[in-house]
Design a protein around this ligand. Sequence first.
Ligand code: IVH
Length: 688
Amino acid sequence: MSADIKHRTAALRAEVERHNHAYYVLDAPTIPDAEYDRLFRELQTLEAQHPELAAPDSPTRRVGGKPLDGFAPVRHAVPMLSIRTETDISDTGAIAFDARVRKELGLGENDAPIEYACELKFDGLAINLRYQRGVLVQATTRGDGETGEDVTQNVRTIHCIPLHLKGCAAEVLEVRGEVYMSRRDFERYNERQRAQGLPTLVNPRNGAAGSIRQLDPALAARRPLSFFAYGLGEVRGWASPATHNAVLGALAALGVPVSDERAVVQGAQGLVDFHQRIAAKRDQLPFDIDGVVYKVNSLALQVELGFVSREPRWAVAHKYPAEEQLTVVRGIDIQVGRTGKLTPVAKLEPVFVGGTTVSNATLHNEDETRRKDVRIGDTVIVRRAGDVIPEVVGVVLDPSIPQGERKESGRFDLFNRLHGKCPVCGSRIVREEGEADWHCTGGLFCPAQRKRALLHFAGRSALDIEGLGYKLVDQLVDRGIVNTPADIYDGQKLDLQTLAALDRMGEKSAQNLLDAIAQSKRTTLARFIYALGILNVGEATAKDLAQHFGSLDNLLAADAESLQQVRDVGPVVAQSLVDFLAEAHNCEVIAQLRASGVHWPEHERRQTAELPFSGKTFVLTGTLSGMTRDEAKERLEALGAKVAGSVSKKTDYVVAGAEAGSKLDKARELDVEVLNEDRFKKLLNPVK
Ligand code: IVH
């Protein structure tokens, strides 16, 4: 074999891993997917032709090997302990922990506050990653804490876990953390399964745990998992920093994913503040957490505090209210969606879950309802996590009640329940071969579909017309005032007088609504695409489309093939777009919307270099007083910038708002330019 081939293989491995890291850890892709695939295939081919070049840390090993008969037991070099949990969800949990630590250390009232590292309590599965001389050699589950299972093959398929550490030759470095499934990946996976009539995952945690314990690594590889490190196991030949937070920083520098959502705080009040700050944003996090974790930051103090009954005295988990609860199904309604989709919805005995009272929960479709066998009168688990709509996860059968004595005698049957007719417009209902959903055939003749389409259009993630809620839309559609989204901007149809005459409106709220409508005209391409309500085009896809095509005209001109060049757009989504645009009616609405002044900053893909921030990477941290983080991101992206999730050498600017955390430290460490809010605003509006 020539030295060239050896060289090329090594170069390819390094390059593929670099792109992997950018994509999965930094969330800032560096090359198009197709190019990545090309590099990956070239590497695969070289390795197949030259088996002597095989290496355990080659990125090609991520695709999963042969199915296993079982998992081999592995004794942990250092036991994997658990932590005490404060179930008391008010502030007192934090205060009690600080008091215990101070007492244990013999500190009095006048002694300085203890420094704590605060982090999230990820809701997944604990994993130990063993690196020898920087190469991942083994991954194990926690098991009983003493002995776990060897799940190396499956863990290798997790793209954000480095197969080797950057610049680390330590004899042994065990990284401990949590494997989890993000909400977005969980939703996408379930959507896909549902569309194919395959079983869905109950929740992200089970998704993560189940995937790791899959005996067939090829199946495990299909489940999208992620990882965050939160500590160390055995360490040999590695100079550990002196604090927990610095350890996490050092791990991040080695390429290990570490959550940015962490803070170093002083004393009990610092813990309470962190608990509250995270509670306020729990819904917006991209993954589930069930609480936060406080750790004494100094490793020396950790040693001094030690353990009690196999739990460290220096750490505690502080919980949040649960996102799953039990309740009873009072009825099953069928709702007509924006696209005519008929969705069975469970009417529940109201229950407090995930921070709100829930009385409706989706059952998704007929097959899911039958598979879970949900019937009126059943006790069910309801789940509400983040912004995701509440759903019935499953039935908890009461073993004392014989099956035959359940309130409803048979499994759910959507067609019979509706006598074959749309509950809103009476049109025929159909379920196509191979489809999971029943649909109303009424199209926009069906008022339910018209109403949903309008509500979606005006929704917060779409054109964001404040005040255009369902009560108003009901009236506007029922009275025939508004039929399409374009009618909203038609001053002849929607004028002050007409609006003021509606129920619950007055001149003032009518004027407010008109102002909100006028304001909504200035939007972004991604929001506009999303607002159109195209089947299978959610928020994430709309963003990808906007970024890829840069302008609406480019998107309108795309065919099914070029649509599939977009990240995560497969044949199904591409076909939905093609079908949508093939409807003359839809194109007309788009044209009317543009004619009425709905606009957004557009950029041609090839001309991005002309935008002021093209090629610049920003990272946002802390809270800005004048705008939300999403707004700041949108503004920057519209100016050509890339907004990344974490700070690296490639970051050009870090925008630091109030309470900026570890990203700001990182920026200083790497000497990245930091902008405060004032300077940031000046940069966005140079003329002012
Ligand atoms: S520290 C000795 N930190 O919670 C301390 N654990 O009982 C070891 N977990 O199953 C754990 N997030 O997998 C720690 N930021 C975090 C965590 C965390 C989740 C899990 C862990 C274990 C349980 C602790």
